[in-house]
Design a protein around this ligand. Structure first.
Ligand code: NDP
Ligand code: OXD
Length: 313
């Protein structure tokens, strides 16, 4: 009944202490210190090295410490056992805060006011009501739906795009390839909350950005991406900013993270950068969530939030 923690770039000692405290009877092992993998039934992972999980002969369930599972799905040797992802109300709430912050910042032209302040300029800018602004959310899952609900509460004209059809109160829903162009055409502010999969990889490109509505008070469309960097073609975003169909962008995720010092995004006057911090989870909550799921699994109850691997997630 051992648990192996395979965690990179995220305080692994803290995770050992947390699991040891909350599951005192369990054998908790930490990669790479542990070399004996026999008896490891559960793996708790954040960016595990490729091939590691295939070496666990007794593995029954894999847990991702994130909502996104792309880092695990990229492993060509990923074992064929259930993969559980994080669904955490505090993470969802934080993501919605970040999305609302960025949508309002662009809609209310805060960066223009910041520039005016620097120049001691008592300037004003056009200020349409929120219902005149189309916000389009790509990805209507746990995060997209919560953000949509809160943006509707603020009065925005909200649409969403997903893989399968949806019927959500107040949201104009589109889906699939046929729904993409009409969805983009009514969108002034595009919010990307998609997972990175073989189908979504690099889909935010110049052509897609060119489909957005540009005739608005911001002088062009706006891109806000907190999904994954691999969804976006970064040279195309820069081109769309230069050619004017994008008036601004906020990016929390990048193809290469940390964002390299030479990236033009750092200093671009129309780009806001946040360092993959749109939504963090409370580690204590995650530990409790995983241990509860293990307890349920051992009692023969179903696991929650199991990833559908047929989608390439
Ligand atoms: P969900 O799985 O709940 O939702 C994903 C949504 O994307 C679903 O609506 C799904 O459609 C849609 N989707 C997937 N593939 C396609 C496709 N090919 N075409 C159209 N729509 C598609 O995920 P979450 O909402 O929980 O999280 C979304 C992503 O956010 C994560 O995968 C992660 O990458 C990112 N994230 C980023 C964080 C950050 O701090 N920056 C923090 C947490 C997550 P359908 O419902 O029809 O299947
Ligand atoms: C996640 C993330 O996927 O933080 O949870 O990016």
């Amino acid at each position: 009944m051992s648990i192996l923690l395979a965690i990179q770039d995220w305080d692994s000692a803290g995770w050992v202490a947390r699991f040891s405290k909350n599951a005192p009877g369990r054998d908790i092992r930490l990669w790479p210190d542990a070399t004996d993998y026999k008896g490891v039934r559960y793996a708790v992972c954040w960016k595990p090295p490729q091939g590691l999980l295939a070496k666990l002969p007794d593995l029954q369930v894999m847990f991702s410490l994130g909502a996104g599972v792309d880092a695990m799905m990229h492993d060509p040797e990923l074992p064929d056992v259930p993969l559980v992802r994080i669904v955490d109300p505090s993470l969802t709430g934080r993501m919605t805060e970040w999305v609302v912050l960025q949508v309002l910042m662009h809609h209310r032209r805060q960066r223009v006011h910041d520039a005016h302040q620097r120049d001691k300029l008592w300037g004003s800018v056009p200020q349409p009501a929120a219902d005149a602004v189309g916000v389009g959310i790509m990805g209507l899952g746990v995060l997209g739906q919560d953000a949509a609900e809160k943006l509707i509460g603020l009065g925005f004209d909200v649409a969403g795009w997903s893989r399968t059809p949806k019927d959500l109160p107040g949201v104009t829903c589109f889906h699939g390839e046929d729904g993409l162009r009409p969805f983009l055409a009514r969108t002034d502010i595009l919010v990307v909350l998609l997972p990175l999969t073989p189908d979504t990889q690099a889909m935010i490109d110049f052509d897609l950005l060119g489909g957005l509505r540009t005739d608005n008070h911001m002088g062009g469309a706006v891109l806000i991406n907190a999904g994954r960097g691999g969804l976006q073609v970064e040279a195309d975003i820069l081109r769309a900013l230069a050619e004017g169909n994008l008036s601004g962008a906020t990016l929390d995720v990048f193809v290469e993270e940390p964002l390299p010092p030479e990236s033009p995004f750092w200093t671009h006057p129309k780009v806001t950068v946040t360092p993959h911090v749109a939504a963090e989870s409370d580690p204590d909550y995650l530990c409790t969530y995983i241990l509860r799921q293990i307890e349920n699994f051992e009692a023969g109850r179903p696991l929650e939030n199991v990833v559908d691997r047929s989608l390439g997630y």
